[in-house]
Every structure is written in C-alpha cells, then in structure tokens.
Ligand binder design. Sequence first.
Ligand code: ADP
Ligand code: ADP
Length: 234
Amino acid sequence: HSFVQAEHLVKRFGEHRAIDDVSLSIAKGEVISLIGPSGAGKSTLLRLLNVLETPDSGTLRVGDAAMTFDGTPVKRARVLAIRRHTGMVFQSFNLFPHLSAVQNVALAQMRVLGRSKDEARTRALAQLERVGLAAKADAYPSQCSGGQQQRIGIARALAMDPDLMLFDEPTSGLDPEVGAEILAVMRELAADGTTMVMATHEMEFARHVSHWTCVMVEGAVIERGAPAQVFDAP
Ligand code: ADP
Ligand code: ADP
C-alpha cells in the first residue's frame, strides 16, 4: 500500500507541458531518485507533490490527504493538508535573508503546522543541532556558507516532522566537498528509513542510495526501475 499516489499529473506553463501525464507511487521508507536532463520536469514534479505548483489535471494523495485537480481553484486548507506531510529542500536554499537560521526553521512550522512560536523555536533548535549547525542558530543566511545554508534548509524541512522529504538538486549549487557533506546527511536520513524523493545529477547517490530511479525526459517518466537495472541497461 503506497503512501503517495500521484495519477496522471499534467502541468502546463503556457503551451508547454512541463509535466505530461506522470503517475508515481511511493511506499513508506522508499528513496527515489529523479534523473534526466535540465528542463525535463524534475523540479516541477517535486513541486506538484507538495502542491507548491498546482497541477492542471490529475489526482494526488499523500497519506490521508487527497486532491483532484481539474483547473478550478484549489482550497488552501486542502493544500496545507498535503504540505503538512512533506518537507522540501530547495536547490537555492529559499531562506529569508532577514531571518536568522532558527527563525527560518521555525517559520514554516508556524505557518503550515500552526505551531506556537515557542514550540517551533524549540524544535528548530533541535533540528539545527541534528544537522550540526547549533552554533549558527542566530546567524543570518548571509553569515553562513552555502553548505551551512543548505543545512538550514534541511533542518527546516525536518522540523516539519515530514512523512515525505523532497530534495530538489540540493547539492548542485555547492562545491563538490560541501556537496559531499550534504549527501552524507542524506545518506543518514535514508538509513533512518526516511521516505525521500530527490531530483539529482549525483549519479553515485542515485545508484547507491536510492531504491528506485525514474528517468525523466520532456515532462515524462520514460524509464523507471532499480538503479542497477536503469544504469546498466544496454
Ligand atoms: P528540471 O528540474 O528537470 O531541470 P523543470 O521542472 O525546472 O526541469 O522545468 C521543466 C520545464 O518547465 C522547463 O521547460 C522549464 O523552462 C519550464 N518551467 C518550469 N517552471 C516554470 C515556470 N514557473 N514558468 C514557466 N516555465 C517553467
Ligand atoms: P506561502 O505563504 O508563500 O505559501 P507558506 O506559509 O506555505 O508560504 O510557508 C512559509 C515558508 O516556509 C516558505 O518560505 C516556504 O518555502 C517554507 N515552507 C513551507 N512548507 C514547507 C515544507 N514542507 N518544507 C520546507 N519549507 C517549507
């Protein structure tokens, strides 16, 4: 029984079909990598899974929260019911520059989960510690390195107590050594049984950490399977 069930998702930007009839199911504890050329739709697919972008059509169920999309306006309460299950880590970190690390991590919990300021702050500090950034809790993003900013982004996602973690090329803006540290954090999460979907150009990670790989081209999943099968196909 899958935890996430996406059926026939379509997303157009103008005439362009960024996502063209994609279905995906994810069981608890699965680690899925999305690979494919730039512009294939990996980032858009991730953003559909937590309804940061609204699909034009299709259905989506995450845990007990389900939505059908048909072009009519979506209700924010329904979107939040899905988003509450997810934590998202962005390529360009998406931190608010005028908020400290702990404030950035606390904000999403207050807005999406309705947690009180005190509770959100306590949980934020715990997650910053988990990613090795307790010392930077009161620092602003501009006072943090790229790798530290991405750790803040991971802490923010983890603080949502998510059932599903979504990673959008989390290492692509970082130096290789720093990216390797972020991948190490992700390996730990995978080993802990975290359900994850990651868009990535990190083939080593896709091959050795993910359980399933989806190959995307022009908005469609053209191939999917175990990494060994996908990468060693003749
Ligand atoms: P990937 O993550 O695989 O590089 P994206 O999901 O970012 O691909 O993009 C898929 C396609 O959708 C690309 O053609 C991109 O230009 C287009 N696209 C993505 N986001 C938007 C947007 N907000 N407005 C218009 N076009 C977009
Ligand atoms: P908006 O009002 O713009 O829709 P929200 O209130 O949903 O934003 O969220 C506030 C901030 O928290 C945003 O910066 C967003 O990027 C971040 N955020 C929201 N949900 C999540 C999540 N599940 N994982 C990580 N960050 C999130």
